[in-house]
Write a protein of this length. Structure first.
Length: 86
């Protein structure tokens, strides 16, 4: 199953909005999948916090794998610009 929360804004994405988008993604997936990915979502939220504390993050792709799985994950992808600023 693949769900996403795309964003495209002229200004850098605020960390708070990034957290909202990530939580929105978690609420879109079936409860069983959300439970399996709980730790991965937590790590993704920490990544946003870490990026915010260092002034944001530029283009990157970060995957947070589900423990015990080779293909289930939570991804954060910034294709251009700056994201997760305070």
């Amino acid at each position: 199953m693949e769900e996403s929360e795309p964003w495209n804004e002229e200004n850098p994405l605020q960390a708070l909005k990034g957290h909202h988008l990530l939580s929105g993604l978690q609420s879109k997936i079936p409860p069983r999948e959300a439970t399996l990915r709980h730790d991965s979502f937590t790590k993704a939220h920490r990544f946003i916090d870490s990026a915010a504390s260092s002034g944001g993050v530029g283009p990157c792709k970060k995957s947070f794998l589900v423990r015990g799985s080779r293909d289930q994950r939570v991804d954060i992808e910034v294709q251009s610009g700056l994201a997760f600023v305070r």
